[in-house]
Design a protein around this ligand. Structure first.
Ligand code: PLP
Ligand code: SF4
Length: 350
């Protein structure tokens, strides 16, 4: 498709990444019309979902991601990740607003440490896309984002400076690539001054949903970084990886950083071994090694995305039989109070 050619990244009607972000679709009716879908095709609760989606954690999806959806397919796996549904209004036992007990892991506002040697900085609450299954959909960013005013980054940097056991800082959010190059660059410069930091890691979905974000300014910043750099992109389905995304990921990797990917196992989206195998293959073709495949975090309104642990183990066994070992992500789950992510043993192929 012509729109997928890397050269098209610079066509004037697409604009800069900021312009593309500002033009992201936020109205469910507009998204359905864009995909030639009748709102009546949705489940009976769909209408409630459309209304719900207008408030709170509202629909947000850039055109570049919409372009990779199949028009006329209400079950499209990319559409399902972003379209608000009435199902989100269900309250399910075992699901809550803070299943990860993050509020108890704060070193400073926006700075979380749960694991030895590494800490996570919530640099911003903003994301280029709103994923319906997001574990942060109910997070109180206003109260706990390091960025909200400049004093907050100061508090986080002070806490980091006082913790020489922290060797790796993970920039997360939200999505750290929602920050401008200027803001990201000044944060990285400050971090680079801390002598005990060895590595910086960025957890981001933006290169996948808005590949134009990987612009020359960002690449320049990354090339100049003295800290070892790891970028973990978040992608859930092979259809997310088109030529433009491949170009963005290859450009990131060409700066010398280590490129990994993480995914969430989602019912109706990627819960089939062939689908997961295609995802690993597509990511590797674009230069990223699969890192984690997460079980869903049990956040309110996401129960319809859950895949059971038993089913997940079975899928991983099938996947293991389809892929070389280095393309197999680690099946993992985040459990509050544990000293690491919980790695789920998949056993041997039956
Ligand atoms: C997930 C997470 C990490 C990273 O864990 P790794 O296993 O190193 O990828 C670090 N800190 C926090 C608070 C996290 O939630
Ligand atoms: S990009 Fe990541 S943090 Fe942002 S809504 Fe999606 S899953 Fe959540």
């Amino acid at each position: 498709m012509l729109t997928n050619s890397p050269g098209n990244r610079h066509l004037p009607e697409q604009g800069t990444w900021q312009q593309q972000l500002a033009a992201a679709i936020t109205d469910p009716a507009q998204l359905l019309a864009r995909l030639q879908l009748d709102p009546a095709l949705l489940d009976p609760a769909g209408l409630a979902g459309l209304q719900h989606g207008a408030q709170g954690f509202r629909l947000r999806v850039p055109e570049s991601f919409v372009r990779r959806m199949r028009p006329g397919d209400p079950a499209d796996p990319l559409l399902r990740q972003v379209l608000p549904l009435g199902l989100e209004l269900a309250r399910t036992p075992g699901f809550s607003s803070d299943p990860l007990a993050e509020s108890s892991a704060r070193l400073a506002p926006g700075l979380l440490q749960k694991y030895q040697g590494r800490a996570l900085l919530i640099t911003t609450g903003a994301c280029a896309v709103h994923c319906r299954y997001c574990f942060r959909r109910e997070y109180d960013y206003a109260a706990d984002t390091a960025e909200a005013d400049s004093g907050r980054w100061e508090a986080a940097l002070t806490a980091l400076a006082a913790n020489p056991s922290i060797h790796e800082i993970i920039l997360s959010g939200g999505d750290p690539l929602s920050l401008s190059n200027a803001r990201l660059g000044s944060l990285l410069q400050r971090l680079q001054q801390l002598p005990h930091l060895r590595r910086v890691r960025l957890h981001t979905r933006t290169p996948i949903v808005l590949p134009a974000r990987v612009d020359e300014g960002l690449l320049q910043l990354l090339r100049e970084l003295r800290l070892q750099t790891v970028v973990v992109v978040h992608a859930n389905h092979a259809a997310e990886i088109d030529a433009e995304v491949t170009g963005a990921l290859q450009a990131l990797r060409a700066t010398g950083l280590t490129l990994l990917s993480q995914s969430v196992l989602l019912a109706g989206i990627n819960d089939a071994a062939q689908t997961l195998a295609a995802l690993s293959e597509a990511l590797f073709a674009a230069g990223a090694l699969p890192y984690y495949l997460f079980l869903l975090d049990r956040i309110n309104g996401t129960a319809h995305f859950e895949v059971s642990r038993e089913r997940a183990r079975q899928l991983m066994q099938e996947l293991n039989a389809l892929l070389p070992g280095y393309l197999l992500p680690r099946l993992a789950q985040e459990e509050p109070g544990q000293p690491s992510k919980t790695h789920i043993d998949i056993g041997s192929v039956l």
